[in-house]
Every structure is written in C-alpha cells, then in structure tokens.
Design a binder for this molecule. Structure first.
Ligand code: GCB
Length: 682
C-alpha cells in the first residue's frame, strides 16, 4: 500500500517537472499556463449603478487598508506562476515560500490616494494593491453589493481569492453583486488600482493635474432586497413649475411592483406600480418652493416598497437658455463662478469627503460666487450634496481633455460610461446645472462624432440641464490680427523704447496699416460643436499665455508685450456666431502667495490681470458666465519651476494652505459690486 502511494507521488512529481519544463520552453505563449504568465481570465464588468446610496443598508469599508506596490504587475493571477496576490497564501509553519504579506504591509487610509499618502509613491504611476479584511454575516433573501465611489484608473477586484470584476475609467462610482463570494466571518477584499494612463485612456497620458492613484471615494458593502429600486429621478417639470417628473426603475423587469412616494413637507403621498419594463413614470402635481442660490430649499423625498425604503434631500428648480441669456426658474441669471480641482485645503491628495467640500465651498463663497466649475473630472457625490445645501450652482465634467484617441471605440466607451454614471448619480442634485463633455479639444471630424456621442448619452438620461464643452477657439488668422492691434498700441505708446517702436512701425507698414488706425481685436467663437451645446464655453488666457506666443514672432520683449496687452484688453471683443450665451470657463495667471513685485508670478501681476480681464469680459454682452482658473493652487506634474511652482499649478486665488492672494479680493469685489446686480437676486 505504502509502495503504491509512493509510486503515485513519484509519478505526480515527474508529471509536474515535465509540465513545468515544457512551459518554460514553450514557444507558443498563447498555450495554456506558462512560467511567465497565464491567459488572462475574464474580469466581469460592473452592474448597473445603484442610486440613492446614502439611504441604503451600508457597511463602510472606509478606514485603514494595507497596500503593496507592484511596479512589475506581478501580483495578478495571470502574470505570476505563484498564483498572484489574490491567492493570499498564509504563513503557517515558517516553511512556506511567500514573497508578499498583506498583514505586515504598510497601511493607508481609504478613501485616499497612495501617491499622496506615501512620499515614495509621489510620482509613481502603476499598479498598487489594496487589502482589507472585514467580518460579515451573509443575509438570506438579500443581495450584497460592493460599491466604490471612485478608483483611479483601472481597478481589478478579488474577494476571498475569486475574481469579482474590473472597471476602467476613474472618478465615477461602480458596484458589483458580491453575494456569491461572501463567507460568514472573515472576508478578504483585494483591489488592484493602477493609475497608468495611456493614449487611449480617459483622460489621456498628459494632464495638467495629478493622476492620483487608489480608491479615491467611499467603499461600501450595500445590502438590498433581491428585487430592489435601482435608481429614481425626481425633478421639476421645466414647463410647469407645479409639477415634478418622477421616473423609477427596479433591478428586474417585473410588472406590478408596488412603490410608495412621499414628500412629507408637501403632504404628498401616492402609490404606483411598475410597468412590464420594471419602470414607473409619472408627472406629479405638487407645488414646491423652488431651489435657488439665495434660497436653496430641499425637501425630504421618501420612496418605499414592501422590502425597502430609500430617501434623499432634493431641490426643485429649472435651468435653461434663451437667445444669449441664462434663466434659473425663468429668471435671468449670470454664472458668477470659479473653477476648481478636487483637492482639499491644507491636505495633499484628492478631496473626497463631505468635510473637504464643506471647507472648499465655504471658503469659495467668500468670493461672492453662485457657481462652481468642477473641472476636469467627476468629484465624489459629496460635492453636489454640499453645493445643494450651500446654494451653489455646479458645472460637472468628464476628463475628455486635450487630445483623446477620437477614433478608438474603447476610449469612447470609457467616456460614455463616465458621463452616464455621473449623470445617474447626480441626476437629482438641484445644484448641478451644467454637464460638460470636454475641455480644450482640437477640431477634427472624429472629435465631433465622439463628443456628439457623449452629448447623446447625456440626453438619454437627463435633458433638463445645460450641456457644454470648454472650447478652444479663435483661428490663426484672428490671432494674427492681435499682433497688429498690439503693434498699433506699441507704435503709439510713449513708454515703448525707440528700437521696439521701430519694429512695431515696420509690422504696420508691411500690413499697410496707418499708425492712427483704430483697431480692436475681436475673437469669434465658432467651433462647430457650438451647434450641439446649450452654452458656448471658452477658455482664454489674454495677459498670460497669449503674449508668450508672439514675442519670438515679433522680436519684441515679453515685458513690453505684456504691458501692451494689459492696455488693449478692455477693448477686446469676444462673441460667438451661435446665438447662445457665452461662458468664459477659464482665464488666469500664475502667482506665488507672498511673492510681491511687478513681475510675473507675483500677486500684483495676477491681481492686475484679473482687473483687466474683468473689465474686458464685462464689456462683452454675450458673456453671461465666468469661472476663472482657478480657486486653489493644485498639484501638477507639468509645473516643475523650482521655488515658484514646485509641482503646483500656481494660478490659484488661494495657495494650497488656504492663504488668499491679492486677486481674491479683486474677484470678490467684482461679483459683489460690479457685475449686473439686477440679475443676482435669484
Ligand atoms: C488650461 C487647461 C487647464 C490648465 C490651465 C493652465 O487651459 O484647461 O487644465 O490647468 O489651462 O493652467 O494652463
């Protein structure tokens, strides 16, 4: 008998040796498993997004997690012969060969970016594994989901050694049904987050913000009944302010599912049943007090079925454009805004919590704003929730930034998924009045097709808000005329030195323009995307970048051109061939807090640029909104200048610690005292 066992063991060992050796030397890599890797398993995609998350049955997994950096991407089951990290082999006797250990690995706080929390990972771009142990008692007759509010940028999830799935595209929430993987007692969740960006990702490789890696939003275990309310939309009917539109969907297409809707403050209570598609669609007569910046009224809305109750605080308002004006609740309004990045005051890394956004928004309110551009990607849901309460209107955006791979259908799918998830999550936020599909995307026909597809995706979910994209505009020819306007100013100005004056005269002579000509620079925003969007948004940098471009060409010093630019700015005309309102989505200048001089990077230069810009913009009647760049200095790999930038973009009105620069007051004063007081009562 013993002999037989020994023989079998010996056979198995020889068999293993043969397979192992064959695999080592196998030429056909696509063949079964090899020493160097295995065929990648299928990673399922997330389920439909669960809405109204804050009122669900939740167990939070926020808090301390362990992490291991994996620059060679060796921990995936498909890339290592040892079975990968998800196997989570445990040391029992001290004789097991294991070259990783999550129990003794360094710890990190989740939500949070590992490149913010570990100095060694500051510039790192690649895979990092996150590990969390939790106790659980699986429920009968219920589903259990894993909900992650945002994870950058490719995320693979394993639970108790099994593959749960994968999600590509950061910043937005996603969820998986994990019921079948859960055990009673201790469970081990392992998440691989990879912040590598490539040519076809969204955003693409080059961005002027930090690619924070890791789980950057809440992580929850969510319990629902087997048949549950997937999401519900309840918003004012823009055509009739005493009516709201109510749409609800359950996870299974079953007819006759009973739903109760209550708005206690309005003494409203009604019951509905789902149709054969599992939907409820109703126009409901109520007479809500409307939400507005001066009166951000929210109502408790409760939805229930036999098995569950969900609720939210919801405001009702309308937003539209007509001709060149914007109307909130049918009253004209201007967007008195500021642009932001999602980074908290005083703490490095991404902003993700209610507290982060409360601090950011309450400081931003000192600017007398009513509007925030949340650039350039979705923030966590807490932003819009806080904005709802603070009475701030919001522009939300997806990271279709600069040059995306317009022809790549995978890229388009990532972007579509991002905008759809953002809309589905924030569709009941009164504060959200603008969806933006892109920032500074160069003209081409594949780009038009791509962006039109994103606009249609929005339309499919929500047509009640304004659509836009921050455009780049102005043809080369238009900008050539800026050279002439600068030359005219230079030829006339007393303070210009004779040598430069002579150059200006020469430029004018060559263009056949007499020195006493009155010529103002006009910029026309005519990007064809203007046809498809409600709001014509435009980023411009008069007084900052739009000077540097011309110095070499004109052989004039940058100092002279900057001074001349400030002189001509108030007369610059900005308009669009589309009969729609213009929103100046960016302008700005870099300044280091505490740096005082009359040179660039000083607070004085930034403040002066703001004064000139605001004069220019208020002289242009088609401009109905602005959101200068930017509220706070933010981390940016493109900004290395030692002593000034040190990897911060310095265009903030406050620095990273919250210190206000001089331009802060210039903008605050403009919004308070100068910009069309009559349209601010809303
Ligand atoms: C832009 C971009 C923004 C940059 C900004 C800058 O036009 O939209 O992402 O950070 O300029 O500071 O140059």
């Amino acid at each position: 008998m013993i002999n037989l066992i020994q023989k079998n063991i010996f056979r198995a060992f020889i068999g293993f040796l043969i397979i192992f050796t064959l695999n080592l030397y196998s030429e056909d890599q696509s063949d079964a498993d090899s020493f160097f890797g295995r065929e990648a398993p299928i990673y399922p995609l997330p389920d439909n997004l669960i809405g109204w998350i804050d009122s669900r049955q939740i167990l939070t997994l926020n808090g301390e997690w362990s992490y291991i950096v994996d620059p060679m991407n060796n921990g995936l089951p498909e890339s290592s012969f040892f079975g990968g990290f998800p196997k989570n082999k445990i040391q029992k006797t001290g004789m097991e060969l294991i070259e990783y250990n999550f129990e003794t690995a360094s710890k990190i706080q989740i939500p949070g970016a590992w490149n913010a929390e570990d100095e060694k990972l500051f510039f790192y771009r690649g895979p990092v594994w996150l590990y969390k142990k939790f106790n659980y008692l699986p429920k009968q007759d219920a589903l259990t989901h894993l909900y992650i509010e945002g994870s950058n940028f490719t995320t693979k999830i394993f639970l108790n050694g099994s593959i749960v799935g994968e999600f590509e595209g950061g910043y937005v929430p996603f969820n998986f049904d994990i019921s079948k993987y859960l055990k009673e007692g201790e469970n081990i969740l392992l998440v691989q987050t990879d912040n590598t960006l490539n040519e076809s990702s969204v955003p693409t490789q080059k961005t002027d913000w930090w690619p924070w890696g890791g789980i950057v939003g809440d992580v929850y275990i969510v319990e629902t009944p087997k048949q549950f309310i997937q999401n519900a939309y309840i918003q004012l009917n823009p055509e009739n302010f005493s009516e709201v539109l109510f749409k609800l969907e359950i996870n299974k297409k079953s007819v006759g599912h009973k739903i109760k809707l209550e708005i206690p403050e309005l003494q409203f209570k009604a019951e509905y049943q789902t149709n054969s598609l599992g939907l409820v669609k109703e126009n409901i007569e109520i007479n809500p007090q409307l939400w507005s910046p001066s009166s951000p009224k929210l109502y408790e809305v409760i939805i229930s079925s036999n098995a569950e109750t969900i609720s939210d605080e919801i405001g009702f308002r309308s937003i539209k454009t007509q001709g060149q004006k914007i109307y909130l609740n049918d009253r004209e309004i201007k967007f008195k805004g500021i642009a932001m990045h999602s980074e908290p005051i005083g703490t490095p890394g991404p902003a993700f919590s209610k507290e982060h956004f409360q601090e950011l928004l309450s400081t931003a309110k000192d600017l007398n704003i009513n509007f925030i551009r949340a650039a350039h990607y979705p923030y966590t849901r807490h932003l819009a929730k806080v904005a709802d309460r603070f009475g701030l209107m919001l522009w939300e955006e997806v990271p279709v930034y600069w040059n995306i791979d317009w022809n790549n259908s995978d890229t388009l799918n990532i972007a579509k998924n991002q905008i759809a998830r953002l809309v589905q999550r924030d569709q009941n936020r009164a504060s959200v009045v603008v969806w933006s599909v892109a920032n500074e995307t160069p003209l081409s026909s594949p780009r038009m097709k791509f962006l039109d597809a994103l606009l249609s995706e929005i339309e499919a979910h929500d047509s009640s808000r304004l659509s836009t994209a921050a455009l780049l505009s102005g043809s080369e020819e238009q900008f050539r005329s800026l050279v002439l306007v600068l030359a005219l100013q230079g030829a006339k100005s007393q303070w210009v030195n004779p040598k430069e004056k002579a150059i200006f005269r020469l430029i004018l002579d060559q263009a056949n323009i007499p020195i006493n000509t009155e010529l103002a620079f006009s910029l026309s925003i005519d990007d064809p995307l203007g046809e498809s969007v409600d709001l014509i948004s435009y980023n411009e940098y008069f007084g900052w970048y739009y000077v540097t471009f011309f110095t070499e060409q004109m052989m004039i010093s940058e100092g002279t051109l900057r001074k001349l630019m400030f002189e001509i700015m108030p007369k610059i005309k900005i308009a669009s061939s589309f009969n729609k309102p213009i929103h100046i989505s960016e302008f700005g200048a870099g300044a280091k807090f505490g740096n005082h001089s009359n040179k660039i990077w000083s607070e004085e230069y930034q403040a002066k640029l703001y004064a000139r810009q605001l004069e220019m913009l208020s002289n242009n009647p088609q401009i109905q909104g602005i959101s200068p760049w930017v509220f706070k200095d933010f981390r940016a790999m493109l900004r290395p200048l030692p002593g000034i930038q040190d990897f911060y973009n310095r265009k903030g009105l406050i620095d990273e610690a919250g210190n206000k620069k001089m331009a802060f007051e210039v903008l605050a004063d403009f919004y308070k005292n100068k910009w069309n007081k009559e349209t601010t009562s809303n």
